[in-house]
Design a protein around this ligand. Structure first.
Ligand code: NAP
Length: 249
């Protein structure tokens, strides 16, 4: 049987990379999109392939609509239509109070986290929708628990972008359910990845983790488990749903 094709945006590092490894073990042909860090993406592909899995990497900036369209066209041409999509790529900026942030910063964050996700969903619809000759599919959008608690004094604009991802995902899920496409959201809490260094506090997870109900930060692999379940047929009756992976935050 042909391996189902899964695209993971921002899949070269962090939560995306953990998801790529687990997905390859489950038999997906994993397409790992990255923006800048080719080395991490290529090393991950080599790692998966040396373990007997199927993986490829593809550079594209998902905040750029032309690059998203080009990426999907390349995947269709080289490997065929995708059956699964994880919108994982996401960005934040330096920790700051909202009043000290700029419209340029909000624009940059929304362009990737919200519009990138929305555009990838539209492209995936073309491959998956039964009315377009597809066989259905599963989409997981990686949001954040910041959408619930608002991330005051650190990342309010980022939190707002994830709130938009939540609302978009719910509406899109209900629109495309009859097309055989399931859309669900995973909302990680505090996970050990490079993202916190991008915000200016590499040790943020160690600072906050002990105060959470489960008393620690999470690992990317723990988020990947939820994503893979939502992609799989084991979650066949779930759509428009949310799984919080935040240690009780
Ligand atoms: P990460 O380690 O910083 O990885 C982010 C990934 O996104 C990188 O692979 C990066 O590509 C990619 N990326 C960023 N902008 C992109 C763009 N315009 N086009 C394509 N790829 C792009 O972050 P992470 O923690 O794994 O985050 C993954 C997701 O989880 C994000 O959506 C994030 O908001 C969410 N999340 C994380 C946490 C946490 O505590 N870590 C908590 C809640 C939610 P390059 O490798 O090429 O730079």
């Amino acid at each position: 049987m042909k391996a189902p094709i899964l695209l993971i945006t921002g899949g070269g590092r962090g939560i995306g990379a953990a998801t790529a490894k687990l997905a390859a073990q489950q038999g997906y042909r994993v397409i790992i999109n990255y923006q800048k860090d080719a080395t991490s993406a290529e090393n991950l592909v080599a790692d998966i392939v040396s373990s007997g899995g199927l993986a490829h990497c593809l550079q594209a900036d998902i905040s750029d609509t032309d690059q998203v369209s080009h990426m999907f066209a390349t995947i269709r041409r080289q490997w065929g239509p995708i059956m699964a999509l994880v919108n994982n790529a996401g960005v934040l900026d330096q920790q700051a109070r909202f009043v000290d942030t700029t419209p340029e910063r909000w624009q940059r964050i929304f362009q990737t986290n919200v519009f990138g996700t929305m555009h990838c969903c539209q492209e995936a619809f073309q491959d998956m929708a039964k009315s377009r000759g597809g066989n259905g599919g599963a989409i997981v959008n990686v949001s954040s628990l910041a959408s619930v608690y608002g991330s005051p004094n650190e990342y309010v604009d980022y939190a707002a972008s994830k709130g938009a991802v939540d609302s978009f995902s719910k509406g899109f899920a209900l629109e495309v359910a009859s097309e055989g496409i399931r859309v669900n959201v995973v909302r990680p809490g505090l996970i050990y990845t490079d993202m916190h260094a991008d915000g200016g506090e590499a040790g943020r997870v160690d600072r906050i983790g002990p105060n959470l109900p489960l008393q620690r930060g999470g690992r990317p692999e723990e988020v990947a488990e939820a994503i893979i379940w939502l992609l799989s047929d084991k979650s066949s009756y779930s759509t428009g749903g949310f799984i919080d992976v935040g240690g009780g935050r």
